[in-house]
Design a protein around this ligand. Structure first.
Ligand code: SF4
Ligand code: SF4
Length: 202
């Protein structure tokens, strides 16, 4: 699957997401926000100007979001921008329930935000013995590599493989190689490695 497949899944299939910002007390706050549109430039949602959420978006210009359905999940962290009323009518057209929540011209209380530069991941545990993960990039966020990686100090003892819950380490080569698309980031391999050959990044 590519970026567009993941954004389509997020907006058209999962739709309702949990969005986090930082509250005025300095602690994280979450609320459920529907993602209403997507295109090459990002993901779109809206909120009313009177809400604390709106003020936080304007001040912080950054969110983290997560959504899940059928044991598949999408998480994204990144920058948002207020694009005013642009796409508002299109959002109401594609999401007709909004016309009942904000009938007539009351939609003028709403502003549209675009998540335009973000990174995150897709995680699928629908087959628990063979989980799948992938990264998702919107725009050009600073590259952040996360996960566990085996370095040149590996002696091929295979201890890491013996404790890996997903058996996602290729032990046919030395250094051994972790399959990043299946790794749970549990850290068991790194803890047992006698050569401290496994580096945690991110
Ligand atoms: S436990 Fe460490 S040294 Fe042994 S195979 Fe795994 S990475 Fe290599
Ligand atoms: S972090 Fe966990 S799942 Fe990933 S390779 Fe190491 S032991 Fe396996």
């Amino acid at each position: 699957m590519n970026k567009n497949d993941y954004l389509k899944l997020l907006v058209e299939d999962m739709h309702s997401t949990t969005v986090a910002t930082i509250g005025a007390d300095g602690h994280p706050q979450t609320r459920t926000i529907d993602m209403m549109l997507w295109d090459e430039q990002g993901v779109y949602f809206l909120t009313a100007k009177g809400k604390a959420f709106y003020s936080q978006l304007m001040e912080q210009k950054y969110i983290a979001l997560s959504a899940t359905k059928d044991k598949k999940s999408v998480s994204l962290r990144g920058k948002v921008q207020n694009i005013g009323s642009e796409k508002l009518d299109e959002m109401f057209e594609k999401n007709p329930y909004m016309q009942e929540i904000y009938p007539g011209d009351t939609r003028s209380a709403l502003k549209v935000f675009r998540l335009y530069e973000a990174s995150g991941e897709y995680f699928d545990i629908s087959d628990p013995s063979h989980v799948t993960r992938d990264s998702i990039i919107i725009g050009q966020p600073e590259a952040v590599v996360i996960g566990y990686f085996v370095g040149g100090a590996c002696i091929g003892c295979k201890l890491c493989y013996s404790v890996c819950p997903q058996k996602c380490i290729n032990i046919s080569t030395t250094p051994v190689v972790i399959d990043q698309s299946r790794c749970l980031h549990c850290g068991r391999c790194g803890s047992i490695c006698p050569k401290q050959a496994i580096e945690k990044r991110g």
